[in-house]
Write a protein that binds this ligand. Structure first.
Ligand code: EPU
Length: 417
C-alpha cells in the first residue's frame, strides 16, 4: 500500500498550478447522462474519484474518451443499464449523483443507498424527498433506491438542510421535467453554479444557481456542449495553508479568489500575507501563525473540506484556537494522528480546542479520509524529522499529483510502496 514519506521543515516557495475541482467535475460528468449527444468536459482532474465515476458511467453504456489535456468526451447515446451498484457507491458516495439524471432521462433508476462513511452517516433523504415532490415513485428495497417516473414534473422543493449533491441531483433532474422547479434553501457552492453553467450550455433553462433559490424550467431535450471545470478551491486552500504553515511564499495559478473568501480571511487573521488577482493567489507565512477560531458552514461560510488543514495551522500557532465542525458529525479523525505528532488538541463533540505547541514531530500516521490525509501531509511538511503518511489512497481520491506539485515548491516528499 502506498505511503508518502516527508522530511519536514522546508518553507515552500514558488508557483503551483491548481487543478480542476473534483467536486465540480463529478456532477458535470453525470450531466452527460441527460443527453444522447456528446458532452465535452475540459479541465477534468486526474483523480481516483474521477476514474471511479467514469467506470460507473461506462457500466451503464456511456462511451467516453479521455484526451491528453484533461478533457473528457462523453456520449450517452443509449443508456443500457440505469443502475449504480453497491460495489461502486460504497467506494464513492458521489455516485448518488447519477440518480437525478438517470431518472429524468430513462424514467427509472436503481442506485445503491450510500450508507455511512468515515466522516459521518450522510443520509440522502433530501435527494429522495425532492425527487418524490417531482412525481417520482421511490421504494427502498434491499439497500437500493428504486425510482420510477414516466416524466418528472416541476415542483417547489424546500430542502430541510443545505445539501450540495442534493441540490445538484435535483437541479439535473429538473432540467428535463415538465414545467418549472424551484429549489429553495439550495446550496450556494461554486460547484453548483459551475454545474448549472454546463447544463445551460446543454440547453437547460436555469436561473439563480449559486444563490439559495434556483429556478429550472424543464425542456424536452438537452444537447451537445463543451464545458470547463472550475479550479479546485479546496486544493488551492490546502496549498495556501501549506505555504503559510511552513513560513513559505507560494503563488497559486488558476483559482479565483472569490471562491475562497472565508479561507483567505482566516489566513489573514492567522497573520499571513495574502494578495491576489483575478486568477491567482499569493500567500506568505510572515511569522509564527496566530491561532484562529473557526466554524464550518455551507458556502460562503468556512468550508468543512478545509477544517482539518486549518487545524494543523492552529497546532503550531501562537495561542489557542477553537474549531467547530457543523456539517459532518465525525470529521475529527485526524485529531488522534496529529496528537501522535505532538499536537495538543482537546475534542469533545463537534468542538476541538487546539493549544498551539510551536512545533510538531515527524511520526507514522494513518490517513482515514481525503481531507484528514491532506492535513497529515501538511503536518508532515511543518514537522521536525520524518513523517510517513500511510493509506495514501485516500489522498489520491482528491489531490492530483500532490507530491509532484509540492516537490516543485521545495517540499521533500516522496511516494513509497
Ligand atoms: N444531509 C442529509 N440528508 C441529505 C443530504 C445531506 O442529512 O439528503 C446532511 C449530510 O449528512 C451532511 C450535510 O447534510 O451532514 C451536508 O451534506 P451535503 O449533502 O452538502 O454533502 P455532500 O453533497 O454529500 C459535498 C462534497 C463534500 C463536502 C460537502 C460539504 C461532493 C462530491 N462532495 O458532499 O466533499 O464536504 O459537500 O461541503 O461535492 C470532499 O471533497 O472531501 C468531500 C467530502
Amino acid at each position: 500500500m502506498d505511503k508518502l514519506v516527508i522530511q519536514g521543515g522546508v518553507p515552500l516557495r514558488g508557483e503551483i498550478r491548481v487543478s480542476g475541482a473534483k467536486n465540480a467535475a463529478l456532477p458535470v460528468l453525470c450531466a452527460s447522462l441527460l443527453t444522447p449527444d456528446t458532452l465535452t468536459v475540459e479541465n477534468v482532474p486526474q483523480l481516483q474519484d474521477v476514474s471511479t465515476m467514469l467506470r460507473l458511467l461506462s457500466t451503464m453504456g456511456i462511451d467516453f474518451v479521455v484526451g491528453d489535456n484533461g478533457s473528457v468526451e462523453l456520449s450517452a447515446a443509449r443508456i443500457g443499464n440505469p443502475l449504480a451498484p453497491y460495489e461502486m457507491v460504497k467506494t464513492m458516495r458521489a455516485s448518488i449523483l447519477v440518480l437525478g439524471p438517470l431518472l429524468a432521462r430513462c424514467g427509472e433508476a436503481t442506485v445503491s443507498l450510500p450508507g455511512g462513511c468515515a466522516i459521518g452517516t450522510r443520509p440522502v433523504d433530501q435527494h429522495i424527498k425532492g425527487l418524490e415532490a417531482m412525481g417520482a415513485e421511490i421504494a427502498i428495497e434491499h439497500g437500493y433506491i428504486k425510482a420510477r417516473a414516466r416524466r418528472l414534473k416541476g415542483a417547489r422543493i424546500v430542502t430541510d438542510l443545505v445539501t450540495v449533491t442534493g441540490t445538484e441531483n435535483l437541479m439535473m433532474a429538473a432540467t428535463l421535467a415538465a414545467g418549472v422547479t424551484v429549489i429553495e434553501n439550495a446550496a450556494r457552492e461554486p460547484e453548483v453554479a459551475n454545474l448549472a453553467q454546463c447544463l445551460v450550455a446543454m440547453g437547460a433553462k436555469i436561473e439563480g444557481a449559486g444563490t439559495d433559490t434556483v429556478r429550472i424550467e424543464g425542456v424536452e431535450r438537452l444537447h451537445a456542449a463543451v464545458h470547463r471545470v472550475i479550479a479546485d478551491r479546496i486544493e488551492a486552500g490546502t496549498f495556501l495553508v501549506a505555504a503559510v504553515a511552513t513560513g513559505g511564499d507560494v503563488v497559486l495559478r488558476g483559482p479565483s479568489p472569490l471562491l475562497l473568501d472565508a479561507v483567505l480571511e482566516k489566513l489573514r487573521e492567522a497573520g499571513a500575507g495574502v494578495e491576489f488577482g483575478p486568477d491567482w493567489i499569493r500567500a506568505r507565512g510572515l511569522a509564527r501563525p496566530r491561532a484562529v477560531n473557526l466554524r464550518t458552514a455551507p458556502f460562503p461560510g468556512f468550508p468543512t473540506d478545509m477544517q482539518a488543514q486549518f487545524m494543523v495551522l492552529d497546532c503550531i500557532a501562537d495561542g489557542t484556537g477553537v474549531i467547530t465542525e457543523t456539517i459532518f458529525e465525525n470529521r475529527y479523525m485526524h485529531v488522534p494522528e496529529l496528537r501522535r505528532m505532538g499536537a495538543d488538541i482537546d475534542d469533545e463533540g463537534n468542538t476541538a480546542i487546539i493549544k498551539g505547541v510551536g512545533r510538531l514531530e515527524g511520526a507514522n500516521v494513518m490517513a482515514t479520509d481525503l481531507r484528514a490525509s491532506a492535513s497529515l501531509v501538511l503536518a508532515g511538511l511543518v514537522a521536525e524529522g520524518e513523517t510517513v503518511v500511510h493509506r495514501i489512497y485516500h489522498l489520491d481520491r482528491g489531490y492530483e499529483h500532490i507530491e509532484e506539485k509540492l516537490s516543485k515548491v521545495g517540499a521533500r516528499i516522496r511516494r513509497a510502496a
